[in-house]
Design a protein around this ligand. Structure first.
Ligand SMILES: [Zn+2]
Length: 264
C-alpha cells in the first residue's frame, strides 16, 4: 500500500477511534460480493482488511449474506465464508433479505452504527445507503486495490461537532461536564494513572506536632509556675533558671510551711 494512503487511512481510523469509539479488533461486516470478487482475484480478503485498517480485524458475515454465497454453489467461496464469524440478523434463511436490506438493519440501529462495524461491500447502493449513518468506515475493491472511503459527510459533521463541543467544554464551560473539576481531568492523557496509595501526598502534608517529650513529667510536677512557662517563649536557659528559682522557692515555701508547725 502506498505510504500516503496508509497515512490517510490511519488518520481516518483515529477519527473513528476518538469520535465513534471504535476499538480493535475491528469488526468488519463483509458482503457476499466482496467475498466472491476477492476470491476470484486471488486476493486475500482478511489480510487486505488488516493492511487497510492497519489493525487486527474480526471478519463477520450475516446470515443473509452467507445465504447469498450458498446460492452461488461455489464451494471454495462457501468454505472461505464459513471461516468468518456469523452475525445473526434474525432473518429466517428461507426468507433471506437482500444484502442491502440485511446489512442496513444490522448496522444502523436507531440511526447510529451501534456495534461499530466496518463494512466491506462491493455494492455501491449499500455504501451510499450506509453513508447516511454517521461513523461507518467503508471498504471496497477498486479493481485490484482495496480502498477505504473517505469520511462521509454525516460522519464528518458529527465528528467536527463533537470536537467543537469538547473544545468548548474544556475552555469555556467547565460546568458542562457535570462536576467543576472534571474538565481539566479529561484533558490528561488516560494512561497517566496514579500509582501508590490513595490520599494526600505525605510529603506535602504538614506534619502533626508531636507532643513535647517533657510534657508528662511537667504534668506530674504540676506546679503553677511550670504551666505558665510552657506557654511562654522564654529561651530554655533562662527558663530553667527561672524554673529552678521559682521551684526552689516553692519547695522551700512548702517545706517551710508544713515543717514549721511540726518542728514547733
Ligand atoms: Zn439478514
Amino acid at each position: 500500500m502506498r505510504q500516503k494512503r496508509a497515512k490517510s487511512y490511519r488518520k481516518q481510523m483515529l477519527v473513528y477511534h476518538h469520535n465513534f469509539k471504535f476499538r480493535e479488533p475491528y469488526q468488519v461486516l463483509v458482503d457476499d460480493q466482496i467475498v466472491c470478487d476477492t476470491h476470484k482475484a486471488s486476493f486475500d480478503l482478511v489480510k487486505g482488511l488488516q493492511r487497510t485498517l492497519q489493525a487486527e480485524v474480526k471478519p463477520m458475515i450475516t446470515q443473509c449474506c452467507i445465504q447469498a454465497i450458498y446460492d452461488t454453489k461455489n464451494q471454495e467461496v462457501i468454505d472461505l465464508a464459513k471461516t468468518f464469524e456469523r452475525r445473526r440478523c434474525n432473518h429466517p434463511p428461507k426468507e433471506a433479505k437482500s444484502p442491502l436490506e440485511c446489512l442496513t438493519s444490522v448496522v444502523c440501529i436507531d440511526g447510529v452504527n451501534k456495534h461499530r462495524y466496518v463494512v466491506a461491500s462491493q455494492d455501491p447502493k449499500i455504501r451510499s445507503t450506509l453513508r447516511k449513518v454517521p461513523g461507518v468506515p467503508m471498504i471496497f475493491m477498486n479493481r485490484s486495490v482495496m480502498v477505504m472511503e473517505p469520511l462521509s459527510r454525516t460522519s464528518e459533521k458529527l465528528s467536527s461537532d463533537q470536537e467543537r463541543r469538547k473544545l468548548y467544554k474544556g475552555l469555556n464551560d467547565p460546568l458542562a461536564s457535570g462536576t467543576p473539576g472534571a474538565a481539566p481531568q479529561e484533558k490528561q492523557p488516560p494512561n497517566k494513572k496514579r500509582k501508590g496509595p490513595k490520599g494526600a501526598n505525605p510529603l506535602s502534608v504538614k506534619k502533626r506536632k508531636a507532643p513535647p517529650l517533657s510534657h508528662p513529667t511537667v504534668a506530674q510536677s504540676s506546679s503553677p509556675a511550670n504551666s505558665s512557662q510552657e506557654k511562654s517563649d522564654v529561651p530554655s536557659s533562662r527558663r530553667k533558671r527561672s524554673h529552678k528559682s521559682s521551684h526552689k522557692s516553692k519547695v522551700e515555701d512548702s517545706s517551710n510551711i508544713p515543717s514549721g508547725p511540726v518542728s514547733d
